[in-house]
Design a protein around this ligand. Structure first.
Ligand SMILES: CC(=O)SCCNC(=O)CCNC(=O)[C@H](O)C(C)(C)COP(=O)(O)OP(=O)(O)OC[C@H]1O[C@@H](n2cnc3c(N)ncnc32)[C@H](O)[C@@H]1OP(=O)(O)O
Length: 287
């Protein structure tokens, strides 16, 4: 049976919520996700509390998680060396996620860096992660275009993939930060890049409007992508790009697609239903 990895992103779902979600609530939600069987949970971030106030309790949340009965790996987003240094101190964290933007405007908006500075930082993060036996997931943010008028085309995506591959990136997630991807572009990028870089695991971090999810997932899967990010009920999105915010790829929709295609995601349906209920509770209470 074919298999895909599902990466659940509660961090992406929660990070833009203005109202403070108490630490215990975050822990309870994450605990329900840890029972589902997700390959990886993008659970928090070590970034500036001024930039993303909601995630400032990530270390405390981590210290309260019971990880004894889960097979899911943990991923934390970092946006500078300080965050990476904080994250590598935690043995429970497997992956450092770094949002490398191929839009100059978005890199500046998200991390106050130029693309050139971000590239230097990414190399430092890779070195630090590898020294600490952790892997880096690099996100190619604005990988499907950007709303700022910065140059974008599939050749630019190809050039950045080449550079990041040469630097030692092993997991590269093409990120549709504002939901501007189309099935044609998704299909073109994955079907060209995956065979060209067999040592890289490519992922799809797609955002979508409610009606476009199916054609996007279908295009990515059929083009060879086997790693999919999502968030239950499509909650969230990047607040740094909020002018154009579209939701995350809804996990339950992806699961319905893969079930219909007889592709295994290793998700326990009853645990997923409980986590789905937890998500409803948390995201109807906090906005
Ligand atoms: C597409 C996505 O969804 S990606 C995820 C969402 N985006 C993010 O998480 C990006 C978050 N961005 C950031 O954290 C910031 O832009 C930074 C830290 C990378 C850069 O911001 P700058 O303002 O240039 O950083 P600078 O080094 O000047 O620090 C600003 C403040 O943040 C604090 N800070 C910086 N980095 C960190 C960190 N990793 N952890 C905690 N605090 C930090 C500093 O202490 C400083 O605080 P102070 O003003 O009280 O002295």
């Amino acid at each position: 049976m074919q298999q895909v990895k599902i990466i659940e992103c509660p961090r992406d779902a929660m990070q833009g919520i203005k109202e403070w979600i108490p630490t215990e609530q975050k822990v309870q939600y994450l605990q329900s996700l840890l029972r589902c069987g997700f390959d990886t949970i993008d659970f928090g971030s070590f970034v500036s509390p001024k930039a993303i106030p909601q995630m400032q309790d990530t270390a405390e949340v981590l210290s309260k998680l019971d990880l004894s009965a889960t097979n899911s790996k943990l991923l934390a987003i970092i946006a500078n060396l300080r965050g990476a240094e904080d994250a590598v101190k935690h043995p429970e964290i497997d992956y450092l996620g770094y949002p490398f933007s191929i839009s100059e405007n978005f890199q500046m908006r998200n991390t106050h860096k130029t693309i050139a500075e971000s590239l230097v930082l990414l190399q430092e993060i890779l070195n630090l992660a590898h020294k600490n036996n952790k892997e880096v997931v690099a996100y190619l943010s604005m990988g499907f275009g950007n709303p700022y008028g910065d140059p974008w085309n599939v050749e630019i995506v190809g050039e950045w993939t080449e550079k990041l591959s040469a630097m030692g990136v092993k997991i590269l997630s093409l990120s549709d930060t504002v939901g501007s991807s189309t099935p044609d572009i998704i299909s073109y990028l994955f079907s060209n890049l995956i065979p060209k870089y067999p040592h890289i695991e490519f992922g799809a971090h797609l955002h979508t409007t409610p009606n476009a999810w199916h054609e996007k997932v279908d295009a990515a899967y059929k083009a060879g992508c086997r790693r999919f990010d999502g968030a239950i009920q499509g909650f969230g999105g990047c607040p740094m790009a909020k002018d154009e915010l579209t939701g995350n790829m809804p996990t339950e929709k992806m699961l319905s697609y893969f079930t219909a295609e007889k592709i295994s995601c290793n998700i326990n349906p009853m645990s997923f239903e409980s986590a789905h209920n937890e998500a409803t509770k948390i995201f109807t209470k906090y906005h």
